[in-house]
Ligand binder design. Sequence first.
Ligand SMILES: CC(C)(COP(=O)(O)OP(=O)(O)OC[C@H]1O[C@@H](n2cnc3c(N)ncnc32)[C@H](O)[C@@H]1OP(=O)(O)O)[C@@H](O)C(=O)NCCC(=O)NCCS
Length: 188
Amino acid sequence: MIDIGTKELETERLILRKFNEEDYTGMFNNWASDLETNKYVSFKAHQNYDETKQIINEWISKYGDGSLNWVVELKETHEIIGNIEVIAKSKKNNNCEVGYTFGSKYWGKGYATEVLKKVIEFLLYDCDFHLIEAKHHASNPASGRVMEKAGMKKDGVLRERRVNKLMDGYDDLVIYSITKDDFSKIER
Ligand SMILES: CC(C)(COP(=O)(O)OP(=O)(O)OC[C@H]1O[C@@H](n2cnc3c(N)ncnc32)[C@H](O)[C@@H]1OP(=O)(O)O)[C@@H](O)C(=O)NCCC(=O)NCCS
């Protein structure tokens, strides 16, 4: 892998860029406090701007260490709609895991797929990772569909790996991955 950090990326409708300190209002209002979005993510829904400010400041401080974490902005309105980040990486095995979250008012428009495809391309070619993986709760099939549409292949199921926030119990995690070789064969 090549440690080049979070570079600005662009798709047809979106800009993927580093967070800045002013993003807290957009992040809080558009996804961090969104109870619908929160059903399938590990963090608790934010209660106030201070919580969001704190996490953004933490993320900004990690850019210096080469972290990969983008806020996603609509080109047309400049609203920020979610984020995508590398949540784990193995230098030794040259792979990494991505995670993403988008506000529920922006779902169903193809944004998550547009973002995931671009980030996979960047991670495989610019950062030179061999493989990218992602996991979703089995109770959240929309996220699996996003992974499939981005060209990822299902590896398998990790049984009961996450607490299910919607009921008293545990949820399976479904794991997907894509290699450079897989990506080179996708029609783009
Ligand atoms: C899952 C999530 C990322 C999807 O974002 P999105 O911008 O709506 O995704 P897209 O529009 O690119 O694609 C969604 C796909 O899922 C499909 N879908 C929606 N609900 C579905 C369901 N219940 N079952 C199966 N597929 C579903 C859509 O039809 C669409 O597929 P299509 O284009 O073939 O019709 C978004 O809902 C989200 O952020 N959820 C909360 C946080 C989260 O789940 N993060 C992922 C953790 S791994």
